[in-house]
Write a protein that binds this ligand. Structure first.
Ligand SMILES: NC(=O)c1ccc[n+]([C@@H]2O[C@H](COP(=O)([O-])OP(=O)(O)OC[C@H]3O[C@@H](n4cnc5c(N)ncnc54)[C@H](OP(=O)(O)O)[C@@H]3O)[C@@H](O)[C@H]2O)c1
Length: 288
């Protein structure tokens, strides 16, 4: 896997219409990220949900077009993001089949766990009667504030221009890497589920601060910024985390006592297992 780039500042959607079908938690995070980075204008984005009130709330809150009509939202879109639950990806692709037929040539980007490029291609091609450009992306919710981490794998029929379009869209919501599709379950378990693991770390560190008498708000800010800073140190210095850890750990100082507690509490093993369990579950989700 190779790092592509880190920031999407200045990237612009080159098409006219971008559809996000199934605009729930991750769909909305992506849309908000794209809007606040200036990648797309609200008038270019058409989102769908299952429930009408949710569509209305998206329209009111973000100014985008929003409805419960997938075919209408997808019609004449240059990029169609499928942000539905895995079991609905292929049925909704069938539902919008008419908009895939030539001369339309949209790029379909699925962000669902477990649904493969081959499944997307077969379903789309059965209706379009020719190769359809598809891609798989695995984003995470910090996309909402432009701090997402997304992996991207392109299908066989996507053009170089469409790959650039997809990459531009993902860079506008954070970091993006090209990854082999066989790694997607692992990526889902690590960076898509990962924010939840880290929120638990932040919550627990802040609890530790509260336990020794720090005001809760202060403890939370210290914990959260410490995680942000440590993450940026790894990315920006490219040093091994163990080496960075050593730089904090003065001989006979206080940090080493804390590290000992973490080892005794099994933090390492717990996190290694958490990523593994989430990844295995990701592989099981298709059809559920
Ligand atoms: N959440 C994450 O952090 C994350 C990260 C990476 C990838 N993903 C992937 O993203 C996908 C969505 O996850 P999520 O957490 O965002 O789920 P979610 O919040 O439940 O969003 C799913 C959305 O799909 C809508 N929907 C359901 N049936 C529909 C239909 N027939 N037509 C149009 N819209 C329909 C729902 O509408 P209503 O709101 O009206 O019910 C809801 O807004 C999953 O495949 C997951 O693997 C999620």
């Amino acid at each position: 896997m190779q790092a592509d780039s880190t920031s999407g500042g200045g990237l612009k959607f080159s098409g006219e219409k971008l559809a996000v079908l199934g605009c729930g938690k991750i769909g909305e995070a992506m849309v908000r990220g794209m809007l606040s980075s200036g990648f797309a204008q609200a008038s270019q984005i058409h989102a769908t949900t299952r429930r009408e009130p949710r569509a209305q709330a998206l329209h009111r809150g973000l100014g985008i077009h929003a409805s419960t009509d997938n075919s209408k939202a997808a019609a004449a879109a240059n990029i169609i993001v499928l942000a539905l639950k895995p079991n609905l990806i292929l049925p909704v692709l069938e539902e919008i089949a008419a908009v895939l037929r030539p001369p339309a040539a949209p790029l379909i980007v699925s962000v669902a766990a477990a649904v493969t490029l081959a499944q997307l291609e077969q379903t789309a091609e059965r209706h379009a009667g020719r190769g359809v450009a598809v891609a798989r992306a695995m984003p995470n919710t910090p996309a909402l504030i432009g701090a997402g981490m997304t992996a991207l794998a392109m299908g066989r029929h996507a053009s170089a221009e469409q790959a650039e379009q997809a990459r531009g869209m993902l860079l506008s919501i954070g970091r993006a890497v090209i990854a082999e599709e066989r790694h997607f379950d692992g990526i889902t378990g690590l960076s898509a589920s990962g924010p939840a693991f880290i929120y638990m770390v932040i919550e627990s560190m802040a609890e530790g601060g509260v336990r020794i008498g720090l005001p809760r708000e202060l403890a939370l800010e210290l914990a959260a910024q410490t995680v942000v800073g440590a993450g940026r140190m790894v990315l920006e210095t490219r040093e091994h985390p163990a080496k960075l850890k050593d730089a904090v750990t003065t001989p006979a100082g206080c940090t080493v006592d804390g590290l000992l507690e973490l080892e005794a509490g099994g933090l390492r093993v717990a996190l290694i297992k958490a990523v593994g369990r989430a990844a295995r579950r990701a592989g099981e989700l298709a059809g559920k």
